[in-house]
Design a protein around this ligand. Structure first.
Ligand code: ZN
Ligand code: ZN
Length: 404
């Protein structure tokens, strides 16, 4: 067999509540069957005691240590939004916000403006030239958007303009003494000012103001990063890959490492996603690719909400998709998470996550259930995220010999 699926249940790992984690409490016959037929273990994605973000966790799982390859959130979101980036582009995450007549920020989400309306308003900012720098602007979901600055002599070493709450608007400032950083801060501040003027005059915003809705008349920037072209999965591991995910960030991470990321009908990046449609999409992608990353976000969302029952139910829904992939049987399955999001903490934690590798010729161990406690006794022992892609490459017969 020369195909593999890396099935990532975001934030799956947890801590016991009255003796059991959501994974241990869930009815998940297929995951347990996977554990019985495969080899299990525990994984600290970024090493012991490091709390992974979803972006850095996924980069590491794909074989790209974030210490070396993390470009910042801005470029990953921009790639996720489908913006084709060029080496040296500076990208930001943005929010449409609302500023009153006295220049005070009164809503950092422009009344959670609808996606369609934001797309219409955002068009007026796309393609603006600020001195000799091109601004590429693309609204994504509701008040969110991506901004790319393209031009010579720029740097991502600049501060956010987003105050991350209500109140004082901040100017963008250089974070180091380089001429590139001060030039970029200046370009950003000019862009923000020009954008405010254009947006204030936009007919859609004037209509919103008449209807007593928050006009999307200001752009807040954060998460600056520089896009660099890096060697893709094919060059690094000899593997072609496809990403099956609803959330833009995950598509962005995968595109960054040279994978394709098709839009999957029913994949929402939330708790109501169509997990069976995702399993079908992974199977379809593997007709032409060696590897598919199948990402399900819902488990993490329920973890952040502190919703034990919701997380348990999500795991039970995911279990059916695992069953579908096992029944198809055309690929190795690596089932794991990017990090733990314990419901008792409502946040990511450094607690290791269970991992299982299943396929026709993998070694097995005595683990009978897929869970935090059971997998700790597994034959894989305790690994890190850096071990995952080399292991998959080895399963697919792509591992390189050291020496002769
Ligand atoms: Zn995550
Ligand atoms: Zn999370």
């Amino acid at each position: 067999m020369n195909k593999a699926v890396l099935f990532i249940c975001d934030g799956l790992g947890d801590l016991p509540v009255r003796g059991k984690t959501p994974l241990e409490a869930a009815k998940k016959p297929n995951m347990d069957r996977l554990a019985r037929g495969g080899i299990c273990g525990m994984m600290s994605t970024l090493g012991a005691g490091v709390v992974p973000g979803s972006d850095t966790g996924h980069l590491q799982l794909l074989g790209y240590p974030p210490q070396e390859f993390y470009p910042g959130r801005g470029p990953l979101e921009a790639l996720g939004a489908g913006l084709p980036l060029l080496h040296g582009d500076i990208a930001f995450r943005c929010n449409f916000g609302t500023v009153d007549a006295r220049g005070r920020l009164i809503d950092r989400r422009a009344g959670r403006i609808a996606s369609g309306e934001a797309a219409e308003i955002g068009k007026s900012l796309d393609g603006m030239m600020v001195e000799k720098v091109l601004a590429i602007f693309k609204p994504t979901v509701e008040h969110r958007a991506s901004l790319v600055l393209r031009g010579a002599g720029l740097s991502s070493s600049v501060t956010d303009t987003d105050p991350h709450g209500q109140g004082e608007l901040s100017l963008c400032r250089a974070r180091d003494a380089s001429p590139e950083a001060s030039k970029t801060a200046e370009i950003v501040n000019r862009f923000v000012k020009m954008a405010h003027e254009r947006l204030s005059l936009h007919p859609q915003n004037q209509k919103r103001a008449r209807e007593r809705m928050m006009p999307a008349n200001y752009v807040l920037l954060r998460g600056a990063g520089t896009y660099r072209k890096i060697p893709g999965l094919k060059e690094r591991f000899g593997i072609s890959g496809s990403c099956i995910a609803g959330g833009a960030l995950y598509k962005g991470v995968c595109r960054y490492v040279g994978m394709d990321a098709p839009n999957v009908r029913g994949a929402t990046g939330t708790g109501n996603t169509d997990v069976m449609a995702k399993a079908d999409a992974a199977i379809a992608a593997l007709r032409t690719r060696d590897f598919a990353l199948l990402h399900v976000k819902g488990t993490d969302n329920f973890g952040h909400d502190g919703d034990f029952a919701g997380k348990k139910r999500m795991i039970e829904r995911i279990d059916k998709a695992v069953g579908k992939l096992m029944k198809w049987g055309g690929a190795y399955i690596v089932l794991t998470a990017d990090h733990s999001t314990p419901v008792s903490r409502k946040a990511h934690s450094a607690d290791p996550v269970p991992i299982c590798i299943w396929g026709p010729d993998v070694r097995t161990d005595d683990v009978k259930r897929f869970g935090e406690r059971a997998c700790a006794k597994g034959g894989l022992g305790h690994i890190t995220g850096a071990d995952v892609m080399p292991t998959i490459a080895s399963l697919l017969g792509k591992a390189k010999m050291l020496g002769s």
